[in-house]
Ligand binder design. Structure first.
Ligand code: FUB
Ligand code: ZN
Length: 811
């Protein structure tokens, strides 16, 4: 904990409400300036926020209409007859999130039609609420199809997401109330929260459980702030305290950070969105209750995240299985999960850490996520979304309009609409400037109001002019954040470093005169008598820089990332002459020119230079390359892409020649899996990742695509290749997956067999060597040659374990 916070907590704990800061001034809590007070008119954010308003919000509402999200409420309210739709017990949160986004949007730009639309949706929500306040449509609709989630009665299962639904309801309700002044949704939320407060808690007759999927903690804190009713804060605190206690005997799991009490945790583990939301909620509770112990705990966990589990894009969560964190330094690029919701959660958490401490290092991480890992989640057109945000692609990734599990699109709508809130904060009469973008802000400080007008081309240019116009002249401090990247720290830990020292530093002028001020806690404070017409000029160095990851990050070994200002770059196939990415390296000191291309990707700064291209014979040649902002990739169709680019030939992957396997279509034959049954009796699923021609380094090398039998344990499972034409084959090599995972391990199979397609049937090959199940190497199988249109592996998984295949070759 930093000294300022320590003193804040300590002194308030002993009853002193105004305390002395490191700056020897009376300080008060740090407060964020609402986005309604800050209007962006730049070329970067303003168009994105407008597209969110005009495209993302309406199209996400349309998807809710199409996918029965609203009908589920109508059904629960007995307004219509029919079947409950959707696949998840948390589908109600999609409308809630979009209502929240729409409310933020309304607050900035009133739209009568949207206001009325929200009223009509809220009417459905009201109808769905049970008389005692309960609200969760799949339970009220008694949807037995989804009973795996919720059981047979309300509040039965910890992972039912009922409280997650409640949390998003409160978030939406507070936003709607603040935007419109209407209490329609807020009253629904309050009635529901009262039920939650009566149902959960430490007393006899109450349910003793944490939330299962956090958000209700943050949301209850918001409800407390809006209503002043302390029981909501107490409820949030209870859910925080109950985490990891196991009072009711449920299975304690890392998945929901419930494996031990938060006060004992020091490593971020489990499901990434849950973690980000939980620790944001803990930060709220710690802040509102002045609890240093909880703050110390999340500071420790944050240190672990920022020093061992944070992607250079600000994304978090390396694994698709369990949608969460792997071990320290597991930051694989291709298979990076980096869920959009998790990057958003990372912003929430860092903002709260900043509000509690006034330390700019949290805004450094926030800004990194904001400009890279969050906005990559939405297309420039505003109507397509990434669920996971990998840092490398072979062209298989593509944004979608919607998902069965549609958590990310709605989250984007509510997030984008509120971005300006992260720009300013106040503390007493002082102002923090955390983000830079051309904008007009009105910042209330005490009885004064300061108009802050930023003129800048940031993030493309580092020159920022801030016109400061206080209503009344006065002495106060304006603290400008000097981003870590403007010095020598891409992140405030040793996880990443620049390959060279910055060529120049920042400089600041006040009313045209150079101000000699030094940075502290990441800020330069200009403490003076401010009057109308004062002007600050900040120049941040915007050179193109290369970044190297910590040695322990295996997948970044021998590679460097490229960054300019807050923007992380990538190279995408489209922009390269031969359309390939992995066959190139960019030596460490390569000079790169930058030019603004206004017609490309809605206007971006592109970087150009000369790379080395290498072919299968190891021959190298110089080729031009172009890099674009990572967040804008995949806006021109699918393609190869990489953020971490080799800096030497050793780490390149010359474009391989096609093989029988690489040309095959990979499928899972669902049933029957064993043998001679004709194809017509089977159903198939498309699979991918075992024929990409990247060599695994071990059975736990999940850095490149692979196939795993998700949620299958101890069963016989299949994987098949379908060839376009008949092929004569006599050998396969199989590299089995074997890795520990917190929600179930993947092991080499107990045994396996290989079948070939004979007409419509599958026949076992005549094996000439044993079927082996060795780890960390290819398992070679020779068999009597067959002419066939397909091969099928049937692997019997070990009891209680899952399994998978990293790579499968055919000769
Ligand atoms: O479980 C609710 C949401 O769905 C999570 O936050 C996402 O990761 C997705 O699993
Ligand atoms: Zn999501």
């Amino acid at each position: 904990m930093n000294i300022r916070l320590r003193s804040l907590f300590f002194l308030t704990a002993i009853g002193i409400t105004t305390i002395v800061s490191a700056k020897s001034k009376t300080i008060e809590p740090i407060l964020q300036v609402p986005f309604t007070q800050v209007h962006f008119n730049d070329n970067f954010w303003a168009p994105r926020i407008e597209i969110n308003r005009t495209v993302s919000i309406p199209s996400a509402f349309k998807e809710c209409e199409k996918n029965g999200r609203f009908n589920n409420f109508a059904l629960a309210g007995k307004l219509i007859k029919g079947e409950h739709k959707g696949d998840f017990s948390f589908d109600d949160t999609d409308p809630y999130k979009i209502i929240e986004g729409a409310s933020y949007s309304l607050a900035v730009k009133y739209d009568k039609k949207l206001d009325a639309y929200l009223d009509s949706v809220i009417n459905l929500i009201r109808a769905a609420q049970e008389p005692d306040g309960y609200l969760c449509t799949c339970v009220t609709n008694n949807c037995t199809r989804l009973s795996g989630w919720w059981g047979t009665h309300r509040w039965e299962k910890i992972n039912s997401h009922e409280l997650y639904n409640c949390g998003h309801l409160y978030e939406a309700a507070v936003a709607h109330y603040q935007a419109t002044g209407k209490k329609t949704l807020l009253n629904i939320a309050i009635k529901n929260a009262d039920l939650v407060c009566a149902t959960f808690g430490p007393n006899n007759g109450q349910i003793h459980r944490p939330s299962g999927h956090p958000i209700v903690e943050m949301a209850l804190c918001k409800l407390y702030k809006v209503t002043g009713n302390k029981k909501y804060l107490d409820m949030a605190k209870y859910f925080v305290e109950e985490t990891g206690r196991g009072t009711d005997g449920h299975r304690l799991s890392e998945y929901s950070q419930d494996h031990m009490p938060i006060l004992k945790q020091d490593e971020i583990k489990g499901h990434a969105v849950r973690a980000g939301y939980l620790y944001s909620g803990v930060a709220d509770v710690a802040y509102l209750t002045k609890d240093t112990a909880y703050f110390n705990a999340i500071t420790r966990i944050w240190d672990n995240m920022a020093s061992k589990k944070l992607y250079i894009t600000g994304g978090i969560g390396s694994r698709a299985q369990g949608e969460g964190f792997g071990p320290n330094y597991e930051l694989n690029n291709h298979t990076a999960y980096c869920e959009t919701c998790a990057a958003i959660a990372n912003v929430y958490w860092n903002q709260r850490m900043f509000l509690a401490t006034g330390d700019a290092k949290y805004i450094d991480v926030l800004e990194r996520a904001l400009y890279n890992g969050v906005i990559s989640g939405v297309s420039l057109s505003g109507n397509k979304f990434f669920y996971d945000n990998p840092l490398e692609s072979m062209g298989q990734h593509e944004r979608q309009a919607w998902f069965g599990c549609a958590c990310c699109p709605g989250n984007i709508t509510r997030f984008m609409a509120s971005v300006p809130t992260y720009m300013y904060a106040t503390q007493g009469t002082d102002i923090f400037v955390n983000l830079y973008a051309q904008s007009n802000g009105k910042v209330k400080v005490g009885k004064n109001e300061v108009s802050m007008k930023q003129t800048t081309q940031y993030p493309w240019d580092g020159k920022i002019t801030i016109s400061v116009n206080p209503l009344k002249s006065g002495k106060f401090a304006i603290s400008l954040r000097i981003p870590g990247w403007a010095g020598n720290q891409p992140v405030p830990t040793n996880l990443y470093k620049f390959t060279e020292k910055a060529l120049s530093g920042y400089n600041i002028r006040v009313n045209g005169k150079i101000a000699n001020l030094s940075a502290k806690d990441g800020y330069v404070s200009i403490d003076r008598q401010w009057k109308k017409g004062d002007v600050i000029e900040l120049n941040l160095p915007m050179s193109v820089r290369r970044i190297q990851a910590h040695d322990n990050v295996a997948d970044d070994k021998g590679k460097l990332a490229i960054e300019r200002g807050p923007i992380v770059y990538c190279i995408e196939g489209k922009d390269q002459t031969d359309k390939h990415v992995f066959n190139k390296y960019i030596p460490e000191n390569t000079k790169m020119d930058y030019t603004f291309q206004k017609d490309l990707l809605n206007g971006v700064m592109v970087l150009k230079g000369t790379a080395k291209e290498i072919n299968l014979s190891g021959e190298e040649k110089d080729v031009p390359f172009t890099a674009i902002p990572y967040s804008t990739w995949n806006n021109r169709g699918t393609d190869e892409m990489a953020v971490w680019v080799p800096s030497s030939a050793k780490y390149t992957h010359p474009t391989p020649l096609p093989t029988i396997a690489s040309k095959a279509r990979t499928i899972i034959v669902k049933a029957p899996i064993q043998n001679d049954a004709p194809d017509s009796a089977s159903t198939e699923e498309w699979a991918w990742g075992v024929n990409d021609q990247w060599e695994p380094k071990s059975s736990s090398d999940t850095s490149k695509p692979y196939h795993y039998w998700w949620l299958k344990r101890g069963t016989p499972e299949t994987l098949a290749y379908e060839f376009e034409n008949e092929e004569t084959v006599s050998n396969v090599e199989v590299y089995w997956l074997d890795i520990d995972q917190y929600d179930g391990n993947f092991r080499v199979p107990e045994s396996w067999k290989l079948y070939y397609k004979d007409g419509d049937s599958w026949k076992e090959v005549e094996a000439k060597s044993p079927y082996t199940t060795k780890k960390d190497c290819y398992n070679n199988l020779d068999f009597t040659p067959v002419k066939t249109k397909g091969l099928k592996i049937v692997a019997k998984l070990q009891d209680g374990e899952s399994g998978g295949v990293l790579e499968w070759k055919v000769k």
